[in-house]
Design a protein around this ligand. Structure first.
Ligand code: PDD
Length: 290
């Protein structure tokens, strides 16, 4: 975990420096990805790299490395690390240039790969489920782009922390529509069917959400991608979050509303068990659920 890949070189993390004129710093003009490695196995690396390129294209970022080159450098960094349960963080900005809003003509993008401590939760949290709080949907119209412009998400997560909640979920104040969490997608279960906001421009199409869709398909659970309101959410039979950090996290409380009997539901547990199998932790299933 002591090395990073920065602009073509592997260097010690404490020696890695980025210019004060980097557009990621000045304008939040950049994108990122977070990928989980379990016991040295990268989970859905190809999907994450594909989404990285989709984000790059959406903000017209010049391409500096091919997908294969990025993957190779991720593998090398992981090989160099003693710790094999990590989060791989990739950030790609428009590079260093004198401050001017429009794109610089000749800047080379900044490209960073570093390893982070995973945001993993203790199994007990999955057994008991968590609380989430609502937060006004104050973001721009393109949350499908994984940009480093995360101020609304930062404010939302802080609101969660201050209210003893695991996550904050964005809710449109005018329509009551629930979009997603500050760093996760939110799903609900009603009469055995799993619902999540449709994967349009107003949410990030999570890689973990894609995995949930696959699990539903495989296990015969009906999955419906459509918008739902806060009122529907609090009356759901089950609620859960999906994300690289949250994994499949049962939600048992939304603001002051208890979901069903206040315990993780059967559909959520089934999806969580499949997820644990897919992430090389089949032996841990009993620790994660009651
Ligand atoms: N966040 N929605 C938002 C707004 C997110 O930031 C994330 C992930 C997700 C879930 O996506 P995925 O399943 O691909 O991780 C949904 C990462 C983990 C982060 O910002 O740290």
């Amino acid at each position: 975990m002591n090395y990073v890949f920065l602009n073509g070189k592997f260097i010690p993390k404490n020696e890695a420096k980025i210019s004060v004129e980097d557009r990621g710093f000045l304008f939040g003009d950049g994108i990122y990805e977070v990928i989980r490695a379990y016991k040295g196995n990268l989970f859905r690396l190809d999907d994450h790299i594909e989404r990285l390129f989709q984000s790059a294209e959406a903000i017209k970022l010049p391409v500096v490395y091919s997908a294969d080159e990025i993957k190779e450098n991720v593998f090398k960094l992981l090989e160099m690390s003693d710790q094999k349960d990590v989060e791989v963080y990739i950030e790609w900005t428009r590079g260093v240039a004198p401050r001017e809003h429009s794109f610089p003509e000749d800047a080379t993008p900044t490209f960073l790969i570093m390893l982070l401590e995973p945001h993993s939760s203790p199994p007990e949290r999955y057994r008991k489920g968590v609380k989430v709080v609502s937060f006004p949907e104050i973001r721009w119209k393109y949350p499908y782009i994984k940009t480093v412009n995360l101020l609304p998400n930062v404010l939302a997560k802080q609101h969660a922390r201050e209210n003893d909640a695991f996550e904050a979920i964005f809710v449109h104040q005018d329509t009551g529509i629930v979009t997603e969490g500050s760093s996760s997608n939110i799903l609900m279960v009603k009469r055995g069917k799993v619902y999540c906001h449709e994967t349009d421009e107003s949410i990030l199409f999570g890689i973990t959400l894609k995995v949930v869709m696959e699990i539903c398909e495989k296990t015969g659970i009906e999955y419906i991608g459509e918008k739902f309101t806060y009122d529907k959410l609090i009356e759901a039979d089950e609620v859960f979050l999906s994300g690289t950090g949250a994994e499949i996290m049962p939600v048992v409380q939304v603001d002051e509303h208890t979901i069903s009997d206040g315990k993780p539901g059967e559909v959520t547990k089934k999806i969580l068990a499949e997820f644990l199998k897919m992430t090389w932790r089949e032996d841990k299933i009993s620790e994660y659920m009651e």
